[in-house]
Design a protein around this ligand. Structure first.
Ligand code: GDD
Ligand code: MN
Length: 363
């Protein structure tokens, strides 16, 4: 059986680049003696790309196009393309010629020879480079790279040019894919967990025609993507981190509420303090439901709220009890009373956390 290479190309307003790209890929693949297909996923650009592809097909280039309507997104477009791909090796690359087509054989060969399951066209290994990136874009790329460190060890986790063994993308693994934004390579490496990931240096060139779609919105989507990966790969750390962060914001909400109800409106302090507690509790509840335990949102919100209330009261009680117990029974804690308070808070936090995880938002 002859091997086939599927090249998946997401496009949005890239019509002018397509003939240049297809001809370049064709030349390279013929030279390397590789059979290939090109699959373009276009998000309804209406810039003449369909006509352009039709005329390339007439000239016998093995290229096809699928237009998606009412949807935008690089990563989801790539996934759509991977569903259609039939090759033994899948290659993903941009349409704008930033990714050098002449490198495709170098990405593909280690996979065909069984040395790797995933090969990344890397800008940041020895021999790789980025042309014409200004200081701002370099900085953004650096921060983006550091944030991806906990998930994959490679030098260029943001790469959009890569190849992998099509066998690692099984029907079940499609279900796991859930990316937003641009970093589809990162998503695939984390979720498919390929055995050997290697990096091949590339020179990332300025785009040929048109302009970049990497907007601040994409950078925000990247943070959302990272949160999802954290939830996927390190669930407990993700939960603890978000529970603690939300708890900290709840404290601010609590104090602000007391400041308004007691400080401004002169409501009785005992009542104001209780209002602050309930407002903060409600705030914490909804944020935790949305961000810390996103899988539990299908369950009845009133039942969950009632349970959260209960757990929070228990946590508060424990908090108080621990502090008072330590303070009253040990001279050491009597002297260092703030330490008693701290340990009370920590104990209350654990009650709140595990109660929320197992009882409120659990199975
Ligand atoms: N279908 C579809 N839908 N394609 C899209 C969309 C979209 O919403 N947005 C962008 N694309 C396509 C573009 O048409 C292009 O082919 C490719 O995705 C990359 O988009 P660019 O606008 O050229 O992005 P870039 O050059 O800033 O980003 C590239 O470099 C980054 C590293 O700095 C990409 O390769 C990124 O994946 C990479 O992280
Ligand atoms: Mn580009």
């Amino acid at each position: 059986m002859k091997t086939l290479i599927s090249v998946v190309v997401p496009t949005y307003k890239e019509a002018e680049n397509i003939p240049v790209l297809v001809e370049a890929v064709d030349r390279v693949m013929k030279e390397a003696g590789l059979d290939y297909e090109i699959i373009i996923i276009d998000d309804d650009s209406r810039d003449g790309i369909e006509e352009s592809v039709a005329s390339l097909r007439e000239r016998n280039f093995p290229v096809s196009i699928k237009i998606r309507y009412g949807q935008r997104g690089l990563s989801s477009a790539v996934i759509e393309g991977l569903r259609l791909a039939r090759g033994n090796v899948f290659v993903v690359m941009d349409a704008d010629l930033s990714h050098p087509p002449e490198k495709i054989p170098e990405l593909v060969r280690p996979i065909l020879e069984g040395q790797a399951e995933f090969v990344v066209g890397s800008r940041f290994v020895k021999g790789g480079s980025v042309e014409n990136f200004n200081l701002y874009r370099r900085l953004v790329a650096l921060v983006a790279r550091l944030l991806a460190r906990p998930f994959i060890k490679i030098k260029d986790p943001g790469a959009g040019f890569f190849a992998f063994d099509s066998r690692i993308l099984t029907a079940e693994s499609f279900e796991k894919l859930n990316p937003v934004g641009f970093k589809i390579g990162l998503e695939l490496i984390v979720k498919l967990d390929p055995k050997n990931v290697i990096e091949v240096p590339i020179n990332f060139r300025p785009r040929f025609y048109g302009k970049s779609k990497l907007t601040p919105r994409e950078q925000l989507l990247y943070l959302i993507h990272l949160k999802r990966l954290l939830h996927y790969k390190y669930r407990s750390i993700h939960q603890l981190l978000f529970f603690a962060l939300i708890g900290a914001t709840g404290m601010v909400v609590d104090m602000t509420t007391v400041f308004i109800t007691y400080g401004q409106w002169r409501i009785d302090f005992r009542i104001a303090r209780a209002i602050g507690f309930v407002v903060a509790l409600t705030w914490n509840f909804f944020l935790n439901r949305l961000l810390t335990f996103p899988d539990s949102r299908t369950k009845n919100v009133f039942v969950q709220y009632r349970r959260f209330f209960l757990v929070s009261c228990l946590g508060g009680l424990f908090n108080w009890f621990i502090a008072v117990y330590l303070y009253s029974n040990y001279a050491f804690f009597h002297r260092n009373y703030l330490l008693s308070v701290f340990l009370g808070i920590a104990g209350g936090f654990l009650i709140n956390f595990f109660g929320s995880r197992n009882f409120v938002f659990g199975k």
